[in-house]
Write a protein that binds this ligand. Structure first.
Ligand SMILES: [Zn+2]
Length: 169
């Protein structure tokens, strides 16, 4: 089951805690598959406080999502998660592998390039029709992971002039 700790969002998640206190109670009570955190809970304690409280007590599962749109809050929560051994590809979805090195072996779990097999940090988004041409073979429509270098190699390999604009989200 998933848990959302958020004072106002309604996401399609099984259990929603609307306050920091309720969030702590739910963290302590259950074994959660994934916990989604908002930062500003409209009271003294923030999502960051709840996250820290849970990390100290090992109540936070190996999957965490940040749903806050507060950039400072997000940055602090990300730093806390990374300090606790969580990794993220996009700053939103965090995973902690049970063993430090298992992410490298697991492939699909992290941002591991399915072309060269190396981990990567920059997720390059290209137009869907181009992705279908260059994606790793055997992957479903829109799926597959390639690092920026492999994407560029494959695009260069098409032998056609092309302009792609990147914008940071
Ligand atoms: Zn690659």
């Amino acid at each position: 089951m998933w848990l959302l700790i958020d004072d106002e969002r309604d996401l399609n998640i099984e259990v929603i805690a609307r306050t920091a206190g309720a969030g702590k109670m739910m963290l302590a009570a259950g074994v959660w598959e994934c916990v989604c955190f908002d930062h500003d809970l409209g009271e003294q304690e923030s999502g960051y406080d709840v996250l820290m409280w849970g990390l100290e007590r090992e109540y936070i599962p190996s999957r965490v999502q940040l749903v806050t749109s507060n950039p400072v809050g997000r940055k602090n929560m990300r730093a806390a998660l990374e300090a606790a051994g969580y990794a993220t590809c996009d700053g939103t979805n965090f995973t902690r592998s049970e063993k430090p090195d298992s992410r490298i072996a697991q492939g699909d779990d992290g941002c591991l390039c399915q072309g060269c097999g190396k981990p990567y940090m920059v997720d390059l988004i290209i137009p869907d029709n181009l992705w279908e041409e260059i994606k790793p073979s055997g992957k479903a429509k829109g799926s597959g992971l390639l690092c920026g270098k492999c994407i560029m190699d494959k695009l260069e390999g098409r032998g056609e002039f092309l302009a792609i604009t990147c914008q940071k989200e």
